[in-house]
Structures are given as structure tokens and as C-alpha cells.
Design a protein around this ligand. Structure first.
Ligand SMILES: NC(=O)c1ccc[n+]([C@@H]2O[C@H](COP(=O)([O-])OP(=O)(O)OC[C@H]3O[C@@H](n4cnc5c(N)ncnc54)[C@H](O)[C@@H]3O)[C@@H](O)[C@H]2O)c1
Length: 340
């Protein structure tokens, strides 16, 4: 299998997870450059990755001095559409972080640009590569719990995301930034599209942020009707303070399946002072470390073999459509049909 030369665009929180994986842990991948509009950050990331002078402030700068086959895009949501368009124009394969974009119009343009250029477009829904979630999906498909009746998916993040992600205009808010994964999980496990969503949310943990961001929310609950009659339920809390918590539960006609656990493997402790202390996940980096590597390897394999990724633009678009409808439900206080 030939080597795939990767450029990481965006070297913030998620960017460095992907960059480190492509640099050290993904067979047949070679990280050749990093790009960040913050030039100092790009240089610092390149140094951390032992890539010397391969930190650039734009993709164009990187392409001027390096051969690149593919990019991983880990910049704020409002930049994804234009960056994917630029990558496709240069014939580069794309692994794009969630949320795919701000609206379905942008998603359609991204899908069309990648199709026209004949390049791979994979969406970074890493739960699809996480062993417990994959096992749950397989068991569902094997009929282990009969027909799915209700799928619940939740994410509670330890701290607030970066400032741009608290602003609904640049991110679509917590339902997009944090719960995009849950919107994808419910659709994937239910095996159906979103028909309707009804959301409730509030700034219950950080009401102080309402002074500068009047539409900010940090606790949210969404009920969904899926096209095959399954019910979906999504919740999000961020900051949750107690750790990083990402789980799903599927109630079927003949049983129930659970995927994910707040408790990490390791030794629990019980002391005479009382109380039991169990090791638990404190960050998404730790909880999904294996899944991030598996999704990166899948991306490289798809490029090398010319196969279609397990999770692509259509899946990213479906989550964006549901998030946009849920935000509208918050504004209008009623259930909203999801724009298929
Ligand atoms: N899959 C996951 O588990 C996961 C976890 C965290 C973040 N994310 C996603 O990753 C993306 C980035 O989030 P983050 O938390 O890393 O953000 P961040 O703010 O920590 O980092 C973003 C970086 O992108 C740079 N940047 C901004 N615009 C740019 C542009 N046009 N070109 C190049 N660089 C640019 C910024 O300077 C910054 O260094 C978001 O889509 C977010 O939802 C995914």
C-alpha cells in the first residue's frame, strides 16, 4: 500500500489529536505539514510534531513546498465549507471534523465539490469506530434485542469548549459542537432518518454567559421521531464537571443494549474514610483514543483502496439537518420537521 501524505489544517484541541495520530500511529500515513491561520500556533505545532519548518498559515503555502494527498480539517465549524471546497479543488482527500458545516446548503456544496473532484470525504464521527459502539451496532444487526424501539445517546463534556463554540452563530451551539455525535449515533443505531425533533435547553450551569451570548445554552434535551418509528432521545451537558461521559442505550422489542461507560478500566478504590472511588474518563481524548486512531486508519485505507468511507458527507449532512431543526425548535418552542 502506498503512503498517503497528510496535511492537518487546524492545530487546536482536536487538530493535535489527529496530527499526533497521523504522525506516529497510522500505518501508511505520513504527516507532511500542519496549517493554522495562527502562524505562531502552526510553528509551535510543527515543532511538537518534529516537523521542523512544516508549519504554515494556509493550505496554499503548504502546497507550494510540499506534496499533499489528503487533509484533516479540524478548524471551527464556520470554516469547514470553504476549506473542504479548497481541498477538493486541489484534488485532496478530506477527513472533516464534525459538525460538518453550519447548514445543509453548505453540506450539499461540500459533498458536490468532493464528488466532482473524485476525492474521498470522510466525517469524523469516531464513535462509529469505538469498539463498544461497534459491538452494539453489530448485535442490533444480528437481531440480539429484536427491533429497536428507542435509542438514547448522551454526551456530557468536562469543560466549556473554545469561545467560538459557545456562540450559536459560529457553531450552532452545544447541540452541534457536543451533541453532533449523538445525532449521528441515534440515526446510525436506529437505522433511520430523522423525521421530527423537539428540543428544550437552558443556560443552567453558566447563566453568566447570557450577558454576552443571549442564545447560549449548556444543558439540552432533544426527543426525536425517526422515519422507521423508533424514538430518539439525546441529552447534553457542558460543562458537566464530573468527567467525560458518552453513552448510548438501545431498547429493543426483545432486550436492551448499552454502549459506553463513564468508568474507565483500572483499579477502583474503597477507603475507610468511606466512599468508593472508581477511575473514570475525564476527557474525550482519553475515552476515544482508540477510536480516533481507527477512524484515521480507515481514512487512509479508503484512499489507498479507492473504497467509500463507512461514514461520509451524507451522514454529516443528516446530523447538521437535525441540529438546525433542534435549534429552530428551541427558538419556536415546538416540534420541527427535519429537512431531509
Ligand atoms: N471528534 C471530536 O471528538 C472532537 C473534539 C473536539 C473538537 N472537535 C471538532 O474539531 C473542530 C475544531 O475544534 P477545536 O476544539 O479543536 O477548536 P480550537 O479552537 O481548539 O482549534 C481550532 C484551530 O483552528 C485554527 N483555525 C481557525 N480558522 C482556521 C482556518 N481557516 N484555517 C486554518 N486554521 C484555522 C485556530 O487558530 C485554532 O488553532 C470543530 O469542528 C470541533 O467540533 C471534534
Amino acid at each position: 500500500m502506498s503512503e498517503v501524505r497528510i496535511c492537518a489544517i487546524g492545530t487546536g484541541r482536536a487538530g493535535m489529536v489527529h496530527a499526533l495520530n497521523f504522525r506516529w500511529h497510522v500505518p501508511h500515513a505520513r504527516l507532511v505539514a500542519v496549517v493554522d491561520t495562527d502562524r505562531e500556533r502552526a510553528a509551535q505545532a510543527a515543532a511538537e510534531l518534529h516537523l521542523a519548518d512544516r508549519g504554515f498559515a494556509s493550505l496554499a503555502e503548504a502546497l507550494a513546498v510540499t506534496d499533499i494527498d489528503a487533509v484533516v480539517i479540524t478548524t471551527p465549524t464556520f470554516t469547514h465549507a470553504s476549506l473542504v471546497g479548497a481541498a477538493a479543488e486541489h484534488g485532496l482527500h478530506v477527513l472533516c471534523e464534525k459538525p460538518m458545516a453550519l447548514d445543509v446548503r453548505e453540506c450539499d456544496a461540500m459533498i458536490a465539490a468532493c464528488e466532482a473532484a473524485g476525492v474521498t470525504l470522510q466525517l469524523a464521527f469516531m464513535r462509529r469506530f469505538d469498539p463498544p459502539f461497534v459491538q452494539a451496532k453489530r448485535q442490533l444487526e444480528d437481531g440480539a434485542i429484536g427491533t429497536p424501539l428507542m435509542v438514547r445517546s448522551l454526551t456530557r463534556g468536562p469543560g466549556l469548549p473554545p469561545a467560538w463554540a459557545n456562540d450559536i452563530d459560529t457553531s450552532n451551539g452545544m447541540l452541534a459542537e457536543v451533541n453532533s455525535h449523538d445525532f449521528d449515533t441515534v440515526r446510525w443505531l436506529a437505522g433511520a432518518e430523522y423525521d421530527e425533533v423537539h428540543a428544550r435547553a437552558g443556560a443552567l450551569k453558566r447563566p453568566d454567559l447570557l450577558a454576552t451570548l443571549p442564545r447560549f445554552y449548556d444543558v439540552a434535551l432533544v426527543s426525536a421521531g425517526m422515519t422507521n418509528g423508533t424514538f430518539g432521545m439525546i441529552d447534553g451537558v457542558c460543562p458537566a464537571d464530573y468527567g467525560y461521559d458518552a453513552r448510548a442505550e438501545i431498547v429493543g422489542s426483545a432486550g436492551v443494549l448499552f454502549a459506553g461507560d463513564i468508568r474507565s478500566p483500572g483499579a477502583a478504590r474503597v477507603t475507610r474514610e468511606g466512599g468508593a472511588v472508581g477511575p473514570h474518563y475525564t476527557s474525550w481524548r482519553e475515552r476515544f483514543a482508540e477510536a480516533y486512531r481507527a477512524e484515521a486508519s480507515h481514512f487512509v485505507e479508503c484512499i489507498a483502496d479507492g473504497t467509500t468511507p463507512q461514514v461520509g458527507g451524507i451522514d454529516g449532512r443528516a446530523a447538521v439537518a437535525a441540529v438546525v431543526a433542534a435549534n429552530r425548535s428551541l427558538r419556536e418552542g415546538r416540534p420541527i420537521k427535519v429537512d431531509g
